[in-house]
Design a protein around this ligand. Structure first.
Ligand code: TXA
Ligand code: MG
Length: 337
């Protein structure tokens, strides 16, 4: 199959929406990362998403809608707290897990009786949902296990020949996937995957915000994940990633012992002036690091890096999302100096 590259003009968005209503799969930009979109209510189309990604069947897909008021069509009940959260953060980089109804096929929800609902703010994704009139199931548009794509060319790298089209909407703004939450009770939520809607932001509307254990810890044998995606190795480039926690002088001292060909460091922009070894940088604050992380992991692969020492990000605020992706890319290998 030839994968066509579409632009973000209205004529091309109409084309993308038509492909989706006919059961096709299209790479679509969102404000977080690029998604692999298909009609969420069409099990045959959704199956093609799983095949294109090589995704395990028990990992559910997020359903994207134009407005939160549409969520009642696909869910069996919506707690009051979910409405208050949606009022504040939707559209935006947030997914709310709710009990699903029969209009979402089991293949879409990975066999669960819940569905993650997200209202994307990106103009292109929003317009394609409107034009197609479908709820759009969309996981990140990477091959399963690889870093999520933040540009149309990343999607082409992973998906060319497997899907109908990719819409080019430029570089993703946030760079990490949405915050995924479930509603625990009338006043508290649980973060299943951290993103750019942070715990601190959610506390403005919730009495309590629990950080799920699986966000920072490896699941032990026999433990089940509240969010199935958390049990898989993830976000990994081909290179071996090692996360190193410490200031730049102890980091430099540590990596000195490992310098050989194919070894790179991923450090903060502000570290670069005095760093004597091969490196790339990924920003200086958490939002910049979220924006650049996946792009840099892909670039490190392109340069043929064999091993990458990453100067660990802060785990505060948006930093928790960056830390969570990196600790998985590193297979939980963290050196604390
Ligand atoms: O920003 C995003 O969320 C992007 C864009 C394209 O919207 N999508 C995305 O989808 O990251 P995906 O499939 O790559 O990651 C979805 C995560 C997975 O870890 C999955 O296990 C979890 O959300 N998830 C989805 N539905 C769930 C549910 N019903 N219950 C628990 N976790 C769920
Ligand atoms: Mg993903």
């Amino acid at each position: 199959m030839e994968t066509i590259l579409l632009d973000d003009n209205e004529a091309d968005l109409i084309r993308a929406a038509e492909l989706i209503t006919k059961g096709g799969v299209v790479g679509i930009p969102t404000e977080t990362v690029y998604g692999l979109g298909a009609d969420a209510s069409n099990p045959v189309a959704v199956k093609r998403i799983f095949e294109a990604k090589g995704r395990p069947a028990d990992n559910p897909l997020i359903v994207h809608l134009a407005d939160f008021s549409e969520a009642k069509k696909y869910t069996s009940s919506i707690p009051e707290l979910a409405y208050r959260i949606a009022e504040k953060f939707c559209p935006g980089p947030l997914t709310i897990v709710l009990p699903k109804n029969g209009s979402i096929p089991m293949i879409t929800s990975g066999g669960l009786d819940t569905v993650g609902i997200r209202i994307p703010s990106h103009r292109v994704m929003h317009r394609i949902i409107e034009l197609s009139g479908c709820p759009i199931a969309a996981p990140s548009a990477n091959t399963s296990g690889l870093p999520s794509p933040t540009s149309a060319s990343h999607v082409m790298d992973d998906m060319a020949g497997k899907i109908e089209a990719v819409v080019d909407g430029g570089q993703s703004e946030f760079g990490v996937e949405s915050t995924v939450i479930s509603v625990e009770n009338e006043s508290s939520v649980r973060i299943l995957r951290p993103g750019c809607v942070t715990r601190e932001m959610l506390l403005e509307v919730c009495g309590d915000v629990i950080i799920d254990h699986a966000i920072l810890h490896e699941l032990e044998a026999g433990q089940t994940a509240a969010s199935p995606g958390m049990k898989y190795k993830h976000y990994s480039p081909k290179a071996d990633v090692v996360m190193v926690e410490g200031n730049i002088s102890s980091f430099t001292e540590y990596v000195k012992n490992y310098m050989e060909s194919g070894v790179y460091s991923l450090i903060y922009d502000c570290d670069a002036d005095y760093f004597p070894y091969r490196y790339m940088t990924y920003g200086s604050n958490s939002s910049e690091q979220a924006h650049w992380l996946f792009r840099r992991l892909r670039e490190l692969d392109e340069t043929g890096a064999k091993k990458v020492f990453v100067r660990a990000p802060s785990s505060d605020g948006v930093g928790l999302a960056v830390y969570n992706r990196l600790i998985r890319a590193a297979g939980f290998e963290v050196i604390r100096l």
